[in-house]
Design a protein around this ligand. Structure first.
Ligand code: ADP
Ligand code: MG
Ligand code: ZN
Length: 474
């Protein structure tokens, strides 16, 4: 029985997070009325000329720097010619011989480095919307001309697990760097999987197929598993793998041949005469490097070393940038990293799992979460009541303290009761007073402890301390 190795290389497309499109000033946004973010340039009216968006180049360089790429000093835009209705010009402006970034890589948990081949900048195509038989297919050019980074890897992956880990790290870094939103459900990040199999240990690569536009991690996983099995079965049956582009059908759980795979010379690439060669100066690259914010791994370091959180917690908190941002925003209100982290990890993320959103403030405002922590800390609320209060202010912006009051959740340990308890404690343990001259602080602490004990933790320790000292001084 022959054994096989799986070989995978990825082409990942991520829409760049600019305000406007890459060669015109139309809005780069999702969800607008079809064909409303369009102009002569991005629908290719004759004579319209592209003007390069500098920000898109900067963001691509920034992404490259995050992955340790080498930044080319010259970048050239080329026309990739193909005729398809989602492409208004019948060519896509892309890059072939001189992309913006070369090399780089992402380290995986198993120690392997998944190498990048390149990152280039191109324009996105429009979107075809397949209606019914009478209407036919419609096209929306809003997406046409949105800047798209294409990140191409070397064929370095040997399992779907490695691919998924890579994609998660890639996505996270692009989001933290602020260069792409990677909203997969909106097509903001798409992945083509190139896959071949070879005899175990052999260093000759097999013929690959390419599966296009997988737009969720789950689809990537299923497609890899299906396609590697299909190829192994074909080879075992004595058949040859045909180099082709295949379309993954997630409903059927199968991929289908779309077309025989074209080579780059089929596209008749040539430098776009409407665009100048871009000169990228070292100095500019260094200035862009300075704008890279703290990435997930940097935040993990701060959370563990500065805030003393366990690494496991720090990893969960930084997994999604919006969770980490929320954590830090809470921290700015109340400097209690451990408490805030615990509440997020146990309570907030549980709700998030049931009701996904992109800003944890929708679940509970940072003000309310920190208020609950404050109420607990000052013993104004019991632990069970704090959990109930959390539920009450979930998906609500009402003031947590107000809600607690209205629902009788605050401890009603009146000043009078406190005074009585203090009186009682001082009387009952007056023998402790003999040490007061020597160690006054110790004695006061002892009395506070007794007050807390007698009040079942309901007394406010600061007020108790003030009262005790007052009474002793009398
Ligand atoms: P294109 O798809 O445009 O022809 P390339 O030839 O550069 O571009 O390859 C694209 C992707 O295919 C890269 O991610 C590369 O790692 C991957 N790849 C190339 N050869 C193989 C192979 N034999 N098996 C699996 N992946 C491969
Ligand atoms: Mg390809
Ligand atoms: Zn436009």
């Amino acid at each position: 029985m022959k054994e096989f190795d799986i070989v995978i290389g990825l082409e990942v497309h991520a829409e760049v997070n600019t305000n406007s499109k890459v060669f015109c000033s139309c809005k780069n946004s999702f969800g607008a009325e079809p064909n409303t973010n369009c102009c002569p340039v991005c629908i290719a009216l004759p004579g319209a000329l592209p003007v390069l968006n500098k920000k898109a180049v900067e963001y691509t360089i920034k992404a490259g720097l995050c992955f340790g790429c080498q930044i080319n000093d010259l970048a050239v835009f080329e026309r990739k010619n193909y005729f398809y209705p989602d492409l208004s010009k019948a060519y896509q402006i892309s890059q072939l011989v001189k992309p913006i970034c070369l090399g780089g890589g992402i380290k995986l948990e198993n120690g392997k480095v998944a190498r990048l081949n390149r990152i280039h900048l191109e324009e996105d195509a429009g979107k075809l919307i397949h209606k019914n038989q009478t209407i036919g297919t419609l096209v929306d050019y809003n997406r046409g001309g949105i800047p798209l980074m294409e990140i191409v890897t070397e064929p370095d992956f040997s399992s779907s697990a490695e691919v998924l880990e890579f994609l998660e790290k890639l996505r996270r870094t692009l989001i933290y760097a602020g260069v792409a939103n990677c909203k997969m459900e909106q097509g903001g990040m798409r992945c083509d999987v190139n896959l071949s199999v070879k005899e175990k240990g052999s260093n000759i690569l097999g013929t690959r197929t390419e599966m296009k536009n997988l737009n969720s991690f789950k689809m990537v996983k299923r497609a890899i598993e299906y396609e590697s099995n299909r190829q192994i079965e074909e080879i075992k049956a004595g058949n040859k793998i045909v180099q082709q582009t295949r379309k993954w059908d997630d409903n059927k759980g199968k991929s289908f041949a779309m077309r025989s795979k074209e080579n780059s010379n089929d596209y008749r690439y040539f430098p776009d005469p409407d665009l100048l060669t871009v000169e990228i100066e070292k100095n500019d690259v260094e200035n862009i490097r300075k704008t890279i914010p703290a990435l997930a791994q940097d935040r993990i370091k701060i959370y563990t070393e500065k805030f003393g959180l366990p690494e496991y917690d720090a990893k969960i908190l930084t997994n999604e940038k919006f969770v980490s941002d929320y954590f830090e925003n809470c921290l700015a209100i109340k400097n209690e990293p451990k408490q805030i982290s615990n509440w997020i990890m146990t309570d907030v993320l549980k709700v998030l799992k049931e009701k996904p959103c992109e800003d944890l403030n929708e679940i509970i405002t940072k003000e309310n979460l920190t208020t609950i922590i404050e109420l607990l800390e000052t013993k104004q609320i019991s632990r069970p009541n704090s959990k109930a209060l959390f539920e009450l202010v979930c998906f609500d912006t009402k003031n947590a303290k107000q809600v607690a009051k209205e629902n009788g959740m605050l401890n009603t340990f009146s000043d009078k009761e406190l005074e009585n308890v203090v009186q009682k404690v001082l009387k009952e343990f007056d023998s402790a007073m003999s040490d007061y001259e020597k160690t006054p602080e110790k004695v006061v602490k002892f009395f506070i402890g007794k007050v807390m004990q007698l009040s079942k933790g309901l007394a406010n320790p600061q007020i108790a301390e003030r009262l005790i000292i007052e009474k002793i001084n009398k």
